[in-house]
Design a protein around this ligand. Structure first.
Ligand SMILES: Cc1cc2nc3c(=O)[nH]c(=O)nc-3n(C[C@H](O)[C@H](O)[C@H](O)COP(=O)(O)OP(=O)(O)OC[C@H]3O[C@@H](n4cnc5c(N)ncnc54)[C@H](O)[C@@H]3O)c2cc1C
Length: 434
C-alpha cells in the first residue's frame, strides 16, 4: 500500500460526491475526491436544460411522491438533509435561487455553472484534495472492510472509509459509465440490472412512423399507461411532444419508469398510452358541447368545430381514426360520430414499444441494490467502511430537481457517516447492520 492515506476517499465528482466531500470535511475528515473526467459536476452542468435544477421546493411528502424508484429508502437521508437544507446551503454560499413552475428551483443566474462553481469553490475552501483525470479501477477491501481504492495506473490509495458516488450509466459522455457496479459486486452487493428511465417512449404506430404529428406539442395533458392486459400502470400529467419515434416531453418521461419496469418483466408486452387531450372537460360534457354546437351551427363542418378544441393535425387524425367524415356538416353528423370523436379526444390510444436506450436516458434505473445498504447511514451492510450515494444506487426520481435532491441528500448522509466511521477505532470489525 502506498503512503498516501485519507480518512475518506470519494469516487465521483458529481453532485452526490461533491456533497459527500463537503459533509465529510465538515466533520473534520481528511478527504480525497477522485474524478476520472477533467471537470467536476459535468452532468449537473447540463441538468435542467443547462440551468441546473438544483432542487425542488415541494413539501417533503410531495417530493417523495416524485421518487418512483425506491423513494421509501430515502426517508432518513431526506429527514437529515432535504430540499430546504439544499437551498439554505447554496444561499449560504451567496447563490441566489428562484422557484419556478412545479416547484423547480434554479439559480437566479440561470446558469448551471454558478452552482457547479460554488460547490467546487467550497470543497477547495474546505481543503478537500481533488484528483481529476484519475480513473478508479477497483475497490480495495480486506476481511469485510473497505481499505481503499486502486487507480487506473495501478496506484493504491489507502482510506479508512470509501464513498462510491460514481453515478449510473446514462449519458455516458458525462463520465457515468457504470464503472462502480463490479466494485460493489466484488464485496457481495447485488446489482439491479440498469435500465433507462426519464426517457422518451417509442411507438410503432403508423402515424408516428409517418410523422403525421411530429413536432406537435400538447400542453397539460394526461397520459394513462396500460399494460398488456389493460391494467392501468400510471396516470401522469404534463406537456407532451410527438416525435418521429414516439412520445417525448415531461409527461412521457414521467411515464417511462412504468414502461421500462413493465417491459423488463414482460419483454413482449403490448403497452398503450391513452392520451387525454382535453383533461379540463369531462367526456360527457364534451359530447354535450358537440351536440349543442350541432344545434347552434348546423352548417359548420365537423372538422372546423373540432379544430376549436384540438390542434388541426390532431383533429385530422381523430377523424381518420374514428372513421368520421370531417367535411360533413354538423347537421349531418350522427350522435355516434360525435361520441366517437369526443371519446377519442379524451382517450387517444398510442401503442408503445418501449423507450429509447439507456445511453439516451436522463436517469439510470437499477444499480446497487438498496437492500444491502443501511438507509440510516448509506453504509454497506456487507463491507464495513463502504458507503454509496446518488444514482449509482437503485434509486431514481422524476426530473424536476428530484434526482439532484436525491444526490445531494444521500451524498450528505454518506459523507457524514463515512467521516464518523473513519474516526472510530481501526480494529472495528465487519459491521452487519440489521
Ligand atoms: C441531460 C440531463 C438533464 C438532467 N436534468 C435533471 C433535472 O432537471 N432534474 C434532476 O433532478 N435530475 C436531472 N438529471 C439527472 C441528474 O443530473 C443526475 O441524477 C445526477 O447528476 C446524479 O448525480 P451523481 O453524483 O449520483 O452522479 P453523476 O452526476 O453521474 O456523477 C458521477 C461522477 O462519477 C465519475 N466517475 C464515474 N466512474 C468513475 C471512475 N471509475 N473513476 C473516477 N470517477 C468516476 C463520473 O465521471 C461523474 O463525474 C439530468 C441528467 C441529464 C443527463
Amino acid at each position: 500500500m502506498a503512503a498516501v492515506e485519507f480518512d475518506v476517499a470519494i469516487v465521483g465528482g458529481g453532485p452526490s460526491g461533491l456533497m459527500a466531500a463537503i459533509a465529510a470535511s465538515e466533520q473534520g475528515a481528511r478527504v480525497l475526491l477522485i474524478e476520472k473526467g477533467g471537470k467536476l459536476g459535468r452532468k449537473l452542468g447540463i441538468s435542467g436544460g443547462g440551468r441546473c435544477n438544483v432542487t425542488n421546493a415541494k413539501p417533503l411528502p410531495e417530493l417523495m411522491q416524485n421518487i418512483p424508484g425506491n423513494g421509501r429508502f430515502l426517508h432518513s437521508a431526506l429527514a437529515r438533509f432535504a430540499n430546504s437544507e439544499i437551498m439554505a446551503y447554496f444561499e449560504g454560499l451567496g447563490i441566489r435561487l428562484k422557484e419556478e413552475d412545479r416547484g423547480r428551483v434554479f439559480p437566479v443566474s440561470d446558469k448551471a455553472q454558478t452552482v457547479v462553481q460554488a460547490l467546487v469553490d467550497d470543497i477547495h475552501r474546505r481543503g478537500v484534495t481533488v484528483w481529476r483525470e484519475t480513473p478508479v479501477r477497483s475497490l480495495l477491501a480486506d476481511a469485510g472492510r473497505a481499505t481503499g481504492l486502486e487507480l487506473g495506473d495501478g496506484q493504491r490509495i489507502a482510506a479508512r472509509a470509501v464513498v462510491i458516488a460514481a453515478g449510473g450509466c446514462s449519458v455516458p459522455q458525462t463520465g457515468s459509465t457504470g464503472d462502480a457496479y463490479p466494485w460493489a459486486q466484488s464485496v457481495g452487493h447485488a446489482i439491479v440490472p440498469p435500465y433507462p428511465t426519464e426517457v422518451p417512449l417509442t411507438s410503432d404506430e403508423p402515424f408516428i412512423a409517418g410523422r403525421a404529428l411530429q413536432g406537435l406539442a400538447l400542453r397539460g395533458v394526461s397520459v394513462t399507461v396500460l399494460n398488456g392486459s389493460g391494467r392501468r400502470l400510471t396516470v401522469e400529467h404534463g406537456d407532451l411532444l410527438f416525435t418521429h419515434f414516439g412520445l417525448s416531453g415531461p409527461v412521457a418521461l414521467r411515464c417511462s419508469h412504468y414502461v421500462s419496469t413493465e417491459r423488463r418483466k414482460h419483454p413482449d408486452a403490448q403497452l398503450t398510452a391513452l392520451v387525454d387531450c382535453l383533461p379540463d372537460i369531462a367526456a360527457d360534457d364534451f359530447i354535450r358541447t358537440l351536440e349543442d354546437s350541432r344545434k347552434r351551427d348546423p352548417r359548420k363542418q365537423l372538422a372546423t368545430v373540432l379544430a376549436a378544441w384540438l390542434p388541426e393535425r390532431l383533429a385530422t387524425l381523430a377523424l381518420a381514426q374514428t372513421g368520421v367524415d370531417g367535411t360533413a356538416q354538423m347537421a349531418n353528423a350522427s350522435t355516434a360520430a360525435l361520441v366517437g370523436v369526443a371519446r377519442w379526444s379524451k382517450s387517444f390510444p398510442v401503442r408503445l414499444t418501449g423507450t429509447l436506450p439507456l445511453a439516451q436516458a436522463t436517469v439510470t434505473g437499477g444499480g446497487v441494490s438498496v437492500k444491502e445498504i443501511d438507509p440510516r447511514t448509506m453504509g454497506s451492510k456487507l463491507c464495513a467502511g463502504l458507503y454509496f450515494c446518488g444514482e449509482v444506487m437503485d434509486v431514481h426520481a422524476h426530473t424536476g430537481g428530484y434526482n439532484i435532491t436525491v444526490a445531494f441528500s444521500t451524498g450528505h448522509l454518506a459523507g457524514e457517516s463515512a467521516a464518523a466511521y473513519a474516526r472510530e477505532p481501526r480494529e472495528r470489525d465487519v459491521a452487519t447492520s440489521p
